[in-house]
Write a protein that binds this ligand. Structure first.
Ligand code: HEM
Length: 401
């Protein structure tokens, strides 16, 4: 076996790297920061099968390298694999946690957010208009603020603690932070969320945190204190960076493909199609950590050993020509029902997908209808990607309005 393929943690050239991975095979051994290795699954069909395969699990106790002490405590990706929540739980424990969270995070609660999402979008666009003609950073002023405001209001984070939280979360999703910084941010974010839970226990409110505490207390020992804080962290991280990436990636895609933008503006194609094609072509998640093999698993002639870690290379699957045809690299919103794994598949399918779609569709439609002369202030190739293996987005989106 050759040396593992070294993934660049700075997020540059993700699509080129993914094309190389697909060429190397369906399951490719990759090297992550600190010499930690995993298997990247690079093809759509194999990934979809694996996401429904009972021979893989998400509990960190199944990771042999972790048990051998080879993954340092301040490893930059540690929070994705060690957070105590449904995303790292299997079987009955996963069903129990997901069921409890679903009690609080209902379709009704999301639907009730619809008018508020519209209101926040228009407030933020007013602030964008104040910066006219620009250049202004649309990620900072709009794409990021929308999901951050929505998720903080949903969870019940008081306004004065949001900036602090934002700093910690940005560091937790970076793949280039050093160990001390990762550990310091972990302490800060867990402390802040524990304060939030304590405050909601004292003074319940109409928010998700209160709903999760109630679900916890009504039925005895269902969501433990750790799980509650872990769930809030998961919702917070999952709920805003991804959606911000979706909005920025869609804006870049539409501005660099004016023929496609024209199709949504004249209602030939619905906004939802632009969102779905962005999720496939340049979705918010690149590599998603981790799953572990419960036994030796053969994928297209490569054997993944029991205890090995597996990354789902969601962005690689999104441009897999075997699944999407020879024009997989083209952004084409007229593609009939683009298939993608941007929200994963199987029992861990993203719980927030309806909210993310609601936010992205509302945001894009309002943005382009309001600013008919919206344009990138810099060529798309100069935009700097977020320094992350997991997150696929740009650090800033300078535009003129
Ligand atoms: C465009 C935006 C989003 C994307 C691309 C996205 C992507 C994902 C992915 C890939 C997973 C599954 C990981 C796996 O298979 O292990 C996931 C799970 C999850 N997401 Fe999202 N997400 C988004 C928005 C949201 C939002 C807005 C929320 C909540 C407010 C959310 C909450 C969750 C939760 C709770 C899970 C865990 C589900 C489970 O383990 O059973 N996500 N998301």
């Amino acid at each position: 076996m050759g040396c593992p393929f070294r993934l660049q943690p700075d997020g540059r050239n993700q699509h080129r790297e993914n094309a190389q991975l697909r060429e190397l095979g369906t399951a490719v051994e990759v090297e992550l920061p600190d010499g930690v290795t995993a298997w990247a699954i690079t093809r759509f069909d194999a990934m979809q099968r694996l996401l429904g395969d009972a021979r893989v699990a998400k509990g960190i106790e199944h990771w042999a390298a972790m048990a051998r002490g080879e993954v340092p405590p301040g490893w930059p990706l540690i929070d994705f694999v060690a957070v105590r929540s449904m995303i790292t739980a299997d079987g009955e424990a996963h069903r129990r946690q997901r069921g409890l969270v679903s009690q609080g995070f209902t379709a009704r609660r999301v639907e009730r957010m619809r008018p508020r999402v519209r209101e926040v979008v228009h407030e933020l666009l007013d602030s964008v208009a104040e910066g006219a003609p620009g250049p202004i950073d649309l990620r900072e002023r709009f794409a990021y603020r929308l999901p951050m405001t929505v998720i903080c209001e949903l969870i019940g984070v008081p306004a004065h603690r949001r900036e602090e939280l934002r700093g910690c979360v940005a560091s937790l999703t970076s793949s280039t932070t050093d160990h001390e910084e990762t550990l310091a941010n972990q302490r800060a974010v867990y402390g802040l969320l524990a304060d939030l839970v304590a405050a909601k226990r004292r003074t319940p409110a109409d928010d998700l945190t209160t709903a999760l505490i109630a679900a916890h207390e009504e039925d005895g020992d269902r969501l433990t204190g750790d799980e509650l804080v872990g769930t809030l962290l998961l919702m917070l991280v999952a709920g805003h960076t991804t959606t911000a990436n979706l909005i920025t990636n869609a804006v870049v895609a539409l501005l660099t493909h004016p023929d496609q933008l024209a199709l949504v503006l004249d209602s030939t194609v619905p906004w939802s199609a632009a969102v779905e094609e962005t999720l496939r072509w340049n979705g918010p998640v690149n590599q998603f950590p981790m799953r572990y093999a419960l036994e030796d698993i053969e994928i297209d002639g490569t054997v993944i050993r029991k205890g090995d870690a597996i990354l789902t290379s969601i962005a690689a699957a999104g441009r897999d020509p075997r699944a999407h045809g020879p024009d997989a690299d083209e952004f084409d919103i007229t593609r009939p029902a683009p298939r993608h794994l941007a929200f994963s598949h199987g029992v861990h399918y993203c719980l927030g997908a309806p909210l993310a779609r609601l936010e992205a569709e509302t945001a894009l439609q309002a943005l382009f209808e309001r600013f008919s002369r919206l344009a990138l202030a810099e060529p798309a190739e100069n935009l700097v990607p977020v320094a992350s293996l997991v997150s696929n987005g740009v650090r800033a989106l300078p535009v003129t309005v």
